[in-house]
Ligand binder design. Structure first.
Ligand SMILES: Nc1nc2c(c(=O)[nH]1)N[C@H]1C(S)=C(S)[C@@H](COP(=O)(O)OP(=O)(O)OC[C@H]3O[C@@H](n4cnc5c(=O)[nH]c(N)nc54)[C@H](O)[C@@H]3O)O[C@H]1N2
Ligand SMILES: Nc1nc2c(c(=O)[nH]1)N[C@H]1C(S)=C(S)[C@@H](COP(=O)(O)OP(=O)(O)OC[C@H]3O[C@@H](n4cnc5c(=O)[nH]c(N)nc54)[C@H](O)[C@@H]3O)O[C@H]1N2
Ligand code: SF4
Ligand SMILES: [Mo]
Length: 704
């Protein structure tokens, strides 16, 4: 028996774990929290600790598979093939697509777990470059693309995302996030609830801005102001307006660090607390109080997450978040928001590649964000014949994006769909080939995705805790195998191929190495805590390290900002709007086959509705309802939830496994795919950032 230090790669904290391994059997006996880890100190949640269940799940993809029946058949059929056969057949198809339709007809989709897979992520990029892939898609445009777009414009780098200085802040404004359940996005921290408790304990204020009284809001971790969905951008504009009007701005900080501040004042001029209050559903006095408290706190910090990213104006909202921090002198200040470069200042490599990101396409003016086109155009690209082949790695667009039926129909038309995944999923039902990937217990890694996001920076290495079971392979090997079959230079041709080579080179920039990590306790080295001075000096990439207060990209969004405000003024009082609801017992669409997550409270995903709204619609708790939008309809049951603001309904995404005969647990608790209700196609995403519109969607609810 041996104990192997490793870390979880399900969500952003990447909690440190100890794997107890039976060396003889090469089997993991148990995962425990790593209490001696210098940052996590034993924090981990039930999902990570029970991951052996997923590792040993008999329903996993274990062999390369080729489809044996037509995609029109009601149930897909596959046969196991060898890696040699897979390489030969897939490369033959790729060659044929290239010959018949051109190199651009092969597209890629890279999903969320790739973030926690440094070698796989890099391999997917390398593969796309080598094949000249022009159309790439990914989960980023359903998650955080607005943040990359806004930061690029405001800071001159897509890789600067100021993180709250939790240790020193006296006021923390958390917008559109639920730290207790989701463990925070774009800030990689341990035990977020402990950090919130510490702020309150030191006499500080934590304020959650959310349409729902979330689990994260408790007497010791802050209260909620219940905002109307998809209106945060006006809340932020009003905060800035009120702070400016009350002369609570930090003139000195603005003078030193800001460009074009007058355009910001002009932008917010019409949006006083009184003006926006009825639109956002928060009393004007409360907006003014938050503005004052934020501006006068000895260190105020702010964080905004997916609840706002997924609205119609996530790019403008993220811009205003940075402006709020800047004008109050909190950007790059102790207790405010900081830059945490870690072992490699990624901000310096996130500068825009072009001054003109927009181009004309079949679907009007478009841009790419970190290489990706809008996910909501994937079906359109296939329907129009521009895309004929798709390689999908660690993603499940059929469930994670809008328009399941439309996507299914489109994917069925492809000449080639290759899905590289650990599970048979809703997307691989339409695959020509399924390639079995390793899970994170079966591959080495370092937490390179955390660069720039850590309040307490550290770098950790993990080896593969056990050898891959069956024919599962790490993604770098799979892509190298495909390249080899395609006759392209491949790492598999090099006798001492090392997928960690590039990571090691980055480590060397701060005089570290993988060898050193391997020798360190928990295979972890702590790094210097963020230094406020580094924010402008190292983070901001614009000339003279100035923050652009009204960049061209934002100007482009101003007309929509004004138009949507007028629309909201006209909105009927009884409008119901749909938001998302993550729970402790799911991770997007992919942990649904684990018995340990099937608790009585989470056997399916009903529509949460405030009892008052239900009564108005003559519905009672548990009633079967039809939920409809212009885009689709689902039938589900309602669940009374007094924690929701009136006028807001919520449903958990990632469900809808009824047709997945291969997943023996998930198919018995299938739930409903809420994304059938979301808009898709041109007009359904933020043109500034490609972010899909996924929150604040108007729905009609009626008895079914
Ligand atoms: N258990 C669990 N953990 C996860 C995941 C999971 O699926 N399950 N997913 C992981 C992933 S991929 C990510 S990106 C992170 C996401 O982490 P978070 O961004 O914290 O995600 P959520 O918990 O969905 O919180 C979003 C919050 O926004 C609120 N909201 C919805 N619409 C609006 C709005 O218009 N305005 C405001 N102000 N709030 C709104 C919702 O009520 C919700 O509480 O979580 C990660 N962690
Ligand atoms: N309505 C609504 N929709 C949402 C969201 C929401 O809040 N509301 N959240 C959005 C967000 S934030 C995100 S990030 C996206 C996620 O969108 P996607 O990334 O497309 O979907 P996931 O459900 O995360 O599916 C991940 C897939 O990767 C597989 N997988 C897991 N680990 C590995 C691995 O190590 N290797 C390989 N090859 N495969 C692996 C899983 O089996 C699963 O099939 O969904 C978005 N969709
Ligand atoms: S909080 Fe996230 S990273 Fe930590 S153990 Fe749970 S799932 Fe894994
Ligand atoms: Mo995400």
């Amino acid at each position: 028996m041996k104990n192997v230090p490793t870390y979880c790669r399900i969500c952003e904290p990447q909690c440190a774990l100890i794997a107890q391994v039976d060396e003889q059997l090469d089997q993991i006996i148990k995962l425990s929290p790593d209490t001696s880890h210098p940052v996590h100190k034993g924090f981990a949640c039930h999902k990570g600790l029970n991951f052996t269940e997923l590792h040993n799940d008999p329903d996993r993809n274990n062999h390369p598979q080729a489809r044996t029946n037509l995609k029109s058949a009601s149930a897909p059929e596959f046969k196991n093939i060898s890696w040699d056969e897979a390489g030969a057949s897939i490369s033959e198809k790729i060659h044929a697509i290239g010959q018949d339709f051109g190199a651009s007809a092969l597209a890629t989709y890279v999903g969320n777990p790739s973030a926690f897979n440094s070698t796989g992520r890099e391999a997917a990029r390398k593969f796309a470059r080598a094949l000249g892939v022009e159309y790439s898609f990914g989960s980023g445009t359903q998650d955080c693309a607005n943040k990359f777009a806004a930061s690029e414009a405001v800071f001159g780098t897509a890789n600067l995302h100021p993180i709250p200085d939790f240790k020193h802040t006296r006021y923390f404004l958390s917008i559109g996030s639920n730290p207790k359940i989701s463990h925070v996005s774009f800030v990689h921290m341990t035990n977020p609830m402990a950090s919130l408790r510490e702020i309150v304990a030191r006499g500080g204020i934590v304020k959650h801005v959310n349409p729902r009284k979330i689990e994260s809001a408790t007497p010791t971790t802050g209260d909620v102001v219940q905002i109307k969905p998809d209106t945060d951008v006006y809340f932020l504009a009003a905060l800035i307006h009120e702070i400016h009007q009350a002369s609570l701005v930090d003139e000195h900080w603005i003078e030193a660090h800001a460009d074009n501040i007058h355009s910001l004042w002009a932008f917010v001029a019409q949006y006083s607390a009184t003006e926006v209050a009825p639109i956002i559903g928060i009393a004007a006095e409360e907006i003014v109080t938050i503005a004052r408290e934020f501006a006068t706190a000895e260190g105020a910090s702010v964080h905004m997450s997916t609840g706002v990213n997924m609205g119609r104006q996530g790019t403008l909202a993220y811009w205003l978040v940075q402006m709020l921090s800047l004008i109050t002198g909190n950007l790059g200040r102790r207790g405010g928001n900081l830059y945490s470069p870690g072992y490699f200042p990624a901000a310096t490599v996130g500068r825009p590649k072009t001054t003109q990101p927009f181009f004309e396409s079949t679907f009007g003016e478009l841009r790419r964000i970190t290489g990706s086109l809008p996910g909501n155009l994937l079906a359109d690209y296939i329907e129009s014949g521009l895309v004929k082949g798709l390689i999908c790695m660690s993603g499940n667009p059929v469930l994670s994006m809008a328009g399941e039926e439309r996507l299914q129909a489109a994917l069925a038309k492809l000449e080639l769909l290759v899905v590289i995944d650990i599970y048979p999923n809703a997307t691989s039902r339409l695959a020509d080939f399924i390639l079995p990937a390793t899970d994170w217990l079966e591959r080495p890694d370092i937490n390179s995705v955390s660069l720039g996001f850590q309040p307490e920076p550290y770098v950790q290495y993990t080896e593969a805790v056990v050898r891959p079971k069956y024919e599962r392979k790490p993604e770098w090997w799979i892509f190298a195998r495909l390249m080899q079959s395609l006759g392209l230079p491949s790492e598999l041709e090099q006798p001492d191929a090392d997928p960690m080579h590039k990571l090691n080179r980055q480590l060397e920039k701060s005089s570290l190495s993988l060898e050193q990590l391997k020798q360190s306790p928990s295979q972890t080295i702590q790094l210097p805590e963020p230094d406020p001075d580094e924010f402008f000096r190292l983070g901001v990439q614009h000339p003279q390290h100035k923050v652009a207060c009204y960049p061209e990209l934002i100007e482009k969004g101003t007309a929509a900002f004004e138009r949507i405000f007028k629309e909201l003024q006209q909105e009927k009082a009884d409008t119901l709007k749909l938001i998302s609801l993550r729970t402790n017992y799911m991770v997007n669409s992919w942990m649904h086959n684990l018995p340990s997550l099937k608790r009585s409270v989470a056997l399916n995903n009903p529509l949460h509705i405030n009892p008052e709204d239900a009564r108005r619609l003559a519905l009672s708790d548990g009633d079967k309802v039809s939920v409809a939008t212009r885009y689709g309809k689902v039938v589900t049951r309602i669940n009374y939830d007094a924690d929701l603001r009136c006028g807001v309904v919520a449903m958990t995404h990632g469900w809808g496994h009824a047709n997945n005969a291969q997943l023996n647990v998930a198919r018995n608790h299938p739930g409903t795919n809420v994304n059938a209700l979301l808009p898709t196609g041109p007009g359904s995403f933020d043109p500034l950032s490609n972010m899909s519109f996924m929150t604040g969607i108007i729905v009609e609810v009626s008895a079914a």
